[in-house]
Design a protein around this ligand. Structure first.
Ligand code: PGA
Length: 248
């Protein structure tokens, strides 16, 4: 399976930052053995899609409805029409700041599928949950409840992001990452059958050039979801390079 390296720009990025994308896109063109994507803020999706030939452009969220009286929200159809092909759903920052719950997240994924788009479904435990010793149970439970009906590898990717590792520079032990990804794989196969083997499970949380090779080499790690280190080509390209090394 090709590794999937996805950048999440969060609430960063103005028109002048699109030059970074061009550089990332050029590098990605020469490394076709890695799938690369960037989720800029909504305001840049259209321009980003026009800037890029190889990498996929998508959003960081979408609404469950196609249209309607939902001030400030963006639908899957709007993202698609702007040039986006996927959206991240259920990121821990949205679960926390916007109180998003598993059921809503599964509806968002279904709304994306309805538009022929891809859903990146995020799950991950807090530090208190990790310390409780039940992280695997909690995270697999989150995924079971966030997976839409008829999920398949054609349109679903999973991202495991321990909340305490996001933006902190701390990452789990490699064995902990592998164990969690193996558990998530088992859950996917149990829920959707053989095709569960084909869904990529990304790791996210303080991924950078220095740790990417180690993380991407772990069992069932199909790629990385990268925040801070995706904002510049200089930091993001080494992560793509690490993935390219593993998939010659
Ligand atoms: P980080 O963010 O790479 O800055 O830790 C990851 C994420 O939130 O997706």
């Amino acid at each position: 399976m090709k590794k999937y390296i996805m950048g999440n720009w969060k609430m960063h990025g103005l028109t002048e930052d699109l030059v970074e994308l061009r550089e990332i896109d050029n590098f990605s063109k020469e490394n076709a053995n890695v799938d690369v994507a960037i989720a800029p803020p909504f305001t840049l999706i259209n321009a980003a899609a026009q800037h890029c030939e190889t990498i996929a452009i998508g959003a960081q969220d979408c609404h469950i409805s196609e249209s309607g009286a939902h001030t400030g929200c963006i639908s899957a159809a709007m993202i698609r029409k702007s040039g986006g092909s996927f959206a991240i759903v259920g990121h821990s920052e949205r679960r926390k700041d916007q109180f998003e719950k598993n059921l809503e997240i599964s509806s968002k994924a279904a709304a994306l599928h309805k538009q022929g788009m891809h859903a990146i479904i995020c799950v991950g435990e807090t530090l208190a949950e990790r310390d409780s010793g039940c992280a695997e149970e909690i995270v697999t439970g989150m995924l079971a409840a966030s997976l839409p009906r008829k999920a398949s590898s054609d349109w679903v990717t999973v991202a495991y992001e321990p909340v305490w590792a996001i933006g902190t520079g701390r990452i789990p032990q490699m064995e902990e990452i592998a164990r969690m990804h193996n558990q998530l794989r088992a859950l996917l196969v149990k829920k959707i059958g053989d095709d569960g083997h084909n869904i990529r499970i990304l790791y996210g949380g303080s991924v950078k050039g220095e740790n990417a090779l180690d993380i991407l080499s772990q069992d069932n790690v199909g790629g990385a979801l990268v925040g801070g280190a995706s904002l510049t080509a200089q930091k993001f390209i080494p992560i793509i390079k690490a993935a390219a090394e593993l998939n010659p």
